[in-house]
Design a binder for this molecule. Structure first.
Ligand code: MN
Ligand code: MN
Length: 318
């Protein structure tokens, strides 16, 4: 079964790494995530050919795009993660009611962008008060995956079953789908393993385990361009870019230049690569353009969520 297979002991055991290093990697995940969102948003829904014609290679934080963003402005991916993180910190756990209310509050702020499945799920919560959508074969978009980072951080050190349960709580508010659940759990485990200091082979093992259980995620055969918001397309680009490169910068450039849902491929890759390579690997020419308010809350949440994690509470890290 996927869940137990995704718990290869070696990847999640406490290492000799200092608490300081682990906290830095958690911050790297959150900043890398926001940077990937803002960088990718410029070319969201463009094809690789259109990107090439316009920028040759898109590699600067310039805003714009179909949402006409300010330089460094993030989109729904980062905003929903921050909303989920706030709800986790308020409730002290991943709580369906608190998370749904936080998403509803966020939708009230007239966000710059919002996905259809997300809007439908939040409307369903407002009308019915229920916090889980019925299971649906078609809700396999990446909207639950793109906001999973707070779950990864607050449950660092938890076993895979616990992580899986908590993730379903947040995910099913809008997306109740087996591929979304499996892909998102894999991303969470990759972020956690990276924070705990795994090597590339460890990340690869987690991706391969997902593919073994759900063949549609097989990312080896064909280079994916212009990825849709389908979780399978999204994660194929994320995995291809992660494993074909050897730095945060080259991975992000590789992913966003494939266009399509580029803010979300950038964001998801950014959280894994930001944890793996650490915050010092995030180019300052990108991160300095993030809004101060966003950067501040991302860093604060990384620390506060980690402080609530089993890994920290069990005293495995100082
Ligand atoms: Mn977005
Ligand atoms: Mn997107």
């Amino acid at each position: 079964m996927l869940v137990s297979a995704l718990n290869p002991e070696a990847l999640f055991r406490a290492r000799a790494d200092s608490g300081e290093l682990i906290r830095r990697r958690a911050v790297g995940a959150y900043l890398g995530f926001a940077v990937g969102d803002a960088l990718g948003a410029t070319v969201e829904f463009l094809t690789p050919r259109e990107i090439q014609a316009q920028y040759r290679v898109h590699q600067d934080m310039i805003g714009g795009g179909w949402l006409r963003l300010r330089r460094g402005q993030v989109t729904d991916d980062t905003e929903m993660s921050l909303a989920l993180g706030r709800s986790v910190l308020d409730a002290g756990a991943v709580d369906a009611q608190a998370a749904a209310a936080a998403f509803s509050d966020w939708m009230r702020t007239k966000p710059v962008d919002i996905g259809n499945t997300v809007r439908r799920g939040i409307a369903h919560f407002r009308q019915s008060g229920t916090t889980a959508m019925p299971e649906n074969d078609y809700d396999a978009g990446n909207g639950a995956c793109m906001r999973c980072l707070p779950v990864a951080l607050v449950l660092l050190g938890a076993d895979a079953e616990h992580v899986d349960r908590a993730n379903r709580v947040q995910a099913h508010i809008t997306h109740h789908n087996i591929l979304s659940d499996a892909g998102t759990l894999c991303v969470i485990r990759m972020v956690q393993a990276a924070i705990l200091g795994t090597d590339k082979a460890g990340l690869r093992l987690l991706a391969d385990t997902l593919v073994a259980d759900h063949r549609s995620f097989n990312f080896e055969r064909k280079r994916v361009e212009n990825p849709s918001a389908y979780i399978v397309d999204t994660l194929k680009v994320v995995f291809q870019a992660l494993f074909a490169t050897d730095s945060f910068e080259s991975a992000l450039i590789e992913a966003v230049n494939r266009g399509g849902d580029a803010d979300t491929t950038g964001a998801i890759l950014g959280m894994i690569a930001g944890a793996f390579y650490g915050p010092a690997a995030i180019p300052a020419r990108w991160s300095r353009h993030l809004e101060r308010r966003i950067k501040q809350e991302a860093v604060n949440q990384a620390h506060a969520l980690l402080a609530l994690s089993p890994f920290v509470l069990s005293g495995q890290v100082k």
